[in-house]
Design a protein around this ligand. Structure first.
Ligand code: OGA
Ligand code: MN
Length: 203
């Protein structure tokens, strides 16, 4: 699917259901380069235990390790990701007038057995995060490996999305609670948020 069609598909789905799964954001070699970089950083112990919320409270709610992207000085694989995600951001602004001004992103590695309990990506003291985008980096993922992202829908049902390499999950940050189920193997992803401008609300 070409860019324009891919992005229009995303905009239509977000305007309708508020979430969607896309493939084709990056070429397989680009996805592999991100996976290799994430794995190398993890092996070098450069990822740190994740924190929850603006206050960065340590918590048992999530067991992943993360490293934030520095979009001012991205590595080549990160640069490729940033360009595509930014093109998507601009297309969504054009189609949906969401006023998305910037992105933030981090690598995440969930060791076997780690989870992220059910939560909302909107931080309690900020409504900056509008759209959540999770991009998966795992080759050959099987259903039996576990590790699905469980997305809770408005109608009380849920969908399980497997973290296959190249899968991009988009959902409105304020609307969908979700959780990461434990996996039997290491699980790599990039979690990204498209943000709107404006003063952060203090809770
Ligand atoms: C998060 C998150 C989901 C995933 O980092 O907030 O929900 O599938 N990640 O990695
Ligand atoms: Mn989340």
């Amino acid at each position: 699917m070409d860019n324009e069609r891919l992005f229009r598909t995303a905009a239509d789905a977000l305007a309708g259901d508020g979430w969607c799964v896309l493939t084709g954001l990056l070429a397989p070699a680009q996805t592999r380069a991100l996976a290799d970089e994430c794995a190398a950083l993890h092996a070098a112990r450069r990822l740190v235990p994740a924190r929850v919320g603006a206050a960065h409270t340590a918590t048992a709610l999530r067991g992943d390790r993360t490293q934030w992207f520095d979009f001012a000085a991205p590595s080549p694989p990160q640069q490729a990701f940033a360009e595509r995600i930014d093109a998507l951001r601009i297309a969504l602004n054009r189609e949906l007038m969401l006023g998305l001004v910037e992105c933030e992103a981090h690598y995440a590695v969930y060791p076997p057995g780690a989870r992220y309990a059910r939560h909302l990506d909107r931080l309690r003291d900020s409504d900056a995060r509008v759209l959540s985008a999770v991009f998966y980096l795992n080759q050959g993922w099987q259903e039996a490996d576990g590790g699905a992202l469980r997305l809770y829908l408005d109608d009380g049902t849920h969908r399980d999305i497997l973290p296959h390499a190249g899968t991009l999950l988009l959902f409105l940050s304020a609307r969908f609670e979700h959780e990461v189920l434990p996996a039997t193997r290491e699980r790599l992803s990039i979690a990204c948020w498209m943000r709107q401008r404006g003063p952060d609300r203090i809770a």
